[in-house]
Design a protein around this ligand. Structure first.
Ligand code: HEC
Length: 147
């Protein structure tokens, strides 16, 4: 009698745990994949981007625009994915300030590296866009010239 009760409790516990695990891995900001992308993205950012945009994403005067709180990033998600690999030049406006400098391309970045950097910059400071999957990023990268 008691044994059956204990057994069904254990079963309920097990199902509960499994359920939790499934929920977690599909969550856009707490799954293992998200964490891997984010951690890898952070170190790539340090190597390739922080010289100009700074570790805290604040940029540098009117030379390098900020990523922290950037309204440009918020409204140009696809374009930013292209910029990460292809660079950017010409006049842009970020948070009301005009920039007209050159960001050099980094052609050596693979699609997954671009996705990892995008995941990092879009989930740090004020941005909360969740995981940027490599398959979605690849699709955007293929259409960069036509954007
Ligand atoms: C040599 C300095 C330099 C490096 C390195 C660099 N950028 Fe930039 N970035 C710039 C400049 C300058 C602009 C503005 C270009 C313009 O005026 O058209 C810019 C623009 C941007 C923008 C759009 C504007 C904004 O502030 O939202 C994003 C996003 C961005 N960079 C992200 C990155 C990321 C991510 C990396 C690393 C993969 C990177 N940049 C590396 C100099 C740099």
């Amino acid at each position: 009698m008691y044994r059956r009760l204990i057994l069904s409790c254990l079963l309920a516990l097990l199902i509960g745990t499994l359920h939790l695990k499934c929920n977690n891995s599909s969550d856009k900001t707490s799954g293992t994949k998200y964490k891997q992308y984010y951690i890898k993205g952070e170190s790539l950012y340090t190597v390739h981007c922080s010289n100009c945009h700074q570790k805290d994403g604040s940029g540098l005067g009117l030379l390098y625009p900020p990523l922290n709180q950037s309204d440009y990033m918020a409204s140009n998600k696809q374009k930013v994915i292209c910029i990460i690999r292809n660079g950017l030049q010409g006049e842009i406006k970020v948070n009301g300030k005009v920039y007209n400098k050159v960001m050099p391309p980094i052609p050596s970045l693979s699609d997954i590296e671009v996705a990892q950097i995008a995941t990092y910059i879009y989930n740090t400071w004020t941005h909360q866009e969740g995981l940027m999957e490599v398959k979605d990023v690849s699709a955007v990268l293929q259409n960069c010239n036509t954007n």
